[in-house]
Design a protein around this ligand. Structure first.
Ligand code: BG6
Ligand code: MG
Length: 218
């Protein structure tokens, strides 16, 4: 029986996935590494460090440990500049309404994000109060596709994996949910998230009844 929803953040609740892309793209340009939105699909849900390793591999480049640290710092500072401008108007379509429906129907709500900036972003858009458990990149050692972030979320709620559903926009995140033994609903395009059993474009029009029906058929 479905008791809880565990949400990814970037690209699911807010469109920060695009800000991550812009910041990585700026770094890639500086390093003269060709980097496209298609390449960026492989970075969704992936930790900051693993993302930089991916980018360098893509460009067949090696940099010193100091330059590596510096690149991580600069990418994050550009990302922070973008999120400093965010307001509740940046919440993706249908998310606020769906969170309110979940709360009203006593479904439990947790966050399972790879980002170290997760709490900051939720605070900026005014959604922190909905999340009973908040697991982010500061609490987990093994990043997605490892299941840790979602297992910790379920543990925090005191539930078993089969009582939770995960909402994810990233390939690594869908894999992490499956690795945790959880059903995952993709947010985005079915051709990109082909490993997800069910994909929706966004939360517009989502109801508890619809969610329960989807959950049963997955
Ligand atoms: C994930 C994003 O949610 O968080 C990734 O999808 C990002 O793109 C990762 O790299 C880590 O985020 P941050 O904010 O700690 O760099
Ligand atoms: Mg995401």
């Amino acid at each position: 029986m479905l008791k809880a929803c565990i949400f990814d953040l970037d690209g699911v609740i807010v469109d920060t996935a695009h800000f991550h892309f812009l910041a990585w793209k700026r770094l890639a340009d500086e390093l003269a590494i060709p980097f496209t939105e298609e390449d960026n699909e492989h970075l969704k849900g992936v930790s900051r460090i693993d993302s930089l390793h991916f980018l360098l591999k893509l460009g067949n480049k090696t940099i010193s440990p100091e330059a590596f640290e510096d690149a991580l710092y600069r990418k994050n500072s550009w990302f922070l500049d973008y999120i400093a401008q965010m307001t509740p108007a940046d919440i993706l379509g249908g998310v606020s309404e769906f969170l309110a429906l979940l709360q009203a129907s006593s479904h439990r709500i947790a966050l399972g994000s790879a980002s170290k900036n997760a709490r900051l972003i939720l605070d900026r858009v005014g959604l922190t109060h909905y999340f009973e458990v908040l697991i982010d990149g500061n609490q987990i050692a093994k990043a997605k596709p490892a299941p840790d972030v979602f297992l910790k979320g379920a543990e925090g709620l005191g539930l078993s994996p089969d009582e939770c559903v995960v909402f994810e926009d990233g390939i690594a995140g869908i894999e992490a949910a499956h690795n945790a033994g959880m059903k995952a609903i993709g947010i985005g395009k079915p051709d990109v998230l082909h490993m997800a059993k069910y994909v929706i474009p966004n939360f517009e029009g989502m109801t508890i009844e619809k969610l329960e029906n989807i959950f049963e058929t997955m």
